[in-house]
Design a protein. Structure first.
Length: 118
């Protein structure tokens, strides 16, 4: 089992940047594909970005491609989401997700709020 703790959320103006971090417990972090999802008030949780366990492949939702960058440091058991050129519509609670490569079982963090203001 893995526990995930997100950090780095906050209030930022449009056009600004934030970097989210997600720290994972456990000793097999490289066996987990990691992802970020977000949920705005009154909407469903949606995919934002993901990265494979070895960090070689990245995936992005069309709405964030070119603005957000996902990365991971397996030595620190941490995944990051660098968010640039933030827009009002990026306002949401951002959740970290870990998917175990063997079983497909996934885990969620508690979420971190990102608020973009004009």
């Amino acid at each position: 089992q893995v526990q995930l703790v997100e950090s780095g959320g906050g209030l930022v103006q449009t056009g600004g940047s934030l970097r989210l971090s997600c720290a994972a417990s456990g000793r097999t972090f490289g066996n987990y594909a990691m992802g970020w999802f977000r949920q705005a008030p009154g909407t469903e949780r949606v995919f934002v970005s993901a990265i494979t366990g070895n960090g070689l492949r990245e995936y992005y939702a069309p709405s964030v491609k070119g603005r957000f960058t996902i990365s991971r440091d397996n030595a620190k058991n941490t995944v990051y989401l660098q968010m640039n050129s933030l827009r009002l519509e990026d306002t949401a609670v951002y959740y970290c997700n870990a998917e175990y490569s063997v079983s497909g079982r996934d885990y969620w963090g508690q979420g971190t709020q990102v608020t973009v203001s004009s």
